[in-house]
Ligand binder design. Structure first.
Ligand SMILES: Nc1ncnc2c1ncn2[C@@H]1O[C@H](COP(=O)(O)OP(=O)(O)O)[C@@H](O)[C@H]1O
Ligand SMILES: [Mg+2]
Length: 371
């Protein structure tokens, strides 16, 4: 393929979320997997401040040190021109210089300002096809409170929980505490509504820990949830690909086995003992239930492109509960999404091809209804 025939892919990574480093790890794997014969890739690292910078991939880091986007590269921005969307770079004088056209974007971003519909809105307004869920689905998927409401409406079984807003907590913590302790039993889990990678999540064995957990969760979001803690639950995860109801593909569940008390940040990215299995060793009925719930969860939020749906499996009770959906799942070397697809015969480069194809076909569907 000549350079002019290649698909021009914009890869975005880093970003303003506390998952900045995780996004860099994911992007490193995605960049390594994108077929250089098919794609002309431009990499934009978004700094922690939200500045878009032109970078040459993800910086190498010593073992055990997570990569980040240095605040060094030239500022770039997207511009819609008569010839289509272009990436433009600025020097210190802010004279714009064209970097090139953008055919499709792969936002390899996790958490707020990346996985929550904000970047998707920017891309949609410029008419740039992008990998993954649209604005509304991204916004619902990232917000555990909204996600749970939508799952409940779809009849999906979930862990009991109490949502708490900052304003209500400040106005009467005692009343909220009573509501929590009357309806749930310790240990509890406290979680910011819109976060990922277990950031801001605590396991709370008693009231003192709960109060500390609530305070910590509020550092990340004004909306949090307090959830019933499950003892000994196994964690199963399914990959989903597709744009429409009739073409969805769902993998068999994989299982994460962590040596940590729960699957916390260090357990996810800094634990040499983490084990991923696929297919999970569970009865066929349980695997089928996960796949059915994964499909329902995906359709419930209106996801497209891809998502990973996570479950708790309570073996003794034979029960599967839906934990959450991730509309931009991790793509790190120890992430489940690429792993389960690999076990399904879709190697990393083919997975990227498929995601970019789905992005382009989703944009074509949208264009038919464009106002
Ligand atoms: N109700 C719960 N009971 C037991 N463990 C939980 C519960 N909720 C979360 N966890 C643990 O915390 C991890 C992160 O929680 P999760 O809701 O998936 O947040 P995130 O979006 O940050 O991944 C889970 O993978 C699991 O190990
Ligand atoms: Mg999770």
């Amino acid at each position: 393929m000549t350079t002019s025939e290649k698909v021009r892919v914009l890869v975005l990574f880093g970003g303003r979320s506390p998952e900045h480093e995780v996004s860099c790890l994911s992007a490193r794997s995605v960049l390594a997997a994108l077929d250089a014969d098919r794609y002309l890739v431009t990499t934009v690292g978004i700094t922690r401040d939200g500045r878009w910078t032109l970078v040459d991939g993800v910086a190498q880091t010593p073992a055990g040190v997570l990569p980040s986007v240095p605040d060094e590269g030239d500022t770039v921005t997207l511009v819609k021109t008569r010839k289509g969307p272009r990436l433009v770079r600025f020097g210190d004088t802010y004279d714009g210089e064209e970097v090139g056209p953008v055919d499709v974007c792969f936002p390899v971003l996790h958490g707020p300002y990346g996985e929550d519909g904000t970047v998707q809105g920017l891309l949609a307004s410029y008419g740039i096809p992008y990998v993954g869920a649209d604005v509304a689905s991204s916004a619902v998927g990232i917000d555990k409170r909204q996600m749970k409401n939508v799952f409940t409406a779809r009849g999906l079984p979930q862990v009991p929980y109490v949502p708490v807003r900052r304003s209500v907590w400040d106005a009467g913590a005692g009343t909220v505490l009573t509501e929590i302790e009357d309806s749930l039993a310790y240990p509890l889990f406290t979680k910011p509504a819109r976060q990922g990678s277990s950031i801001g999540i605590r396991r709370c064995p008693d009231r003192a820990a709960l109060l500390a957990g609530i305070d910590e969760a509020f550092e990340y979001d004004r909306s949090i949830i307090v959830e019933q803690g499950l003892q000994g639950a196994r964690e199963l995860e399914c990959g989903v690909l597709g744009n429409t109801e009739v073409e969805l593909e769902v993998t068999a569940p994989g299982e994460v086995v962590t040596s940590h008390e729960f699957y916390d940040f260090d357990g996810k990215y800094l634990d040499d003992n983490l084990v991923l299995r696929c297919p999970a060793e569970v009865p066929d009925r349980v695997a089928a239930t996960c796949r059915a719930y994964a499909r329902e969860a995906y359709l419930a939020i209106g996801a497209r492109g891809m998502a990973r749906v996570d479950f708790f499996y309570l073996e003794a009770a034979g029960q599967v509960l839906v934990n959450e959906i991730n509309t931009i799942p991790g793509f790190t070397p120890v992430s489940m999404f690429p792993f389960v697809w690999q076990r399904h015969g879709l190697r990393y480069p083919e997975l990227c091809d498929r995601l970019l194809e789905l992005a382009v076909s989703a944009a074509a569907i949208d264009a038919r209804w464009a106002p």
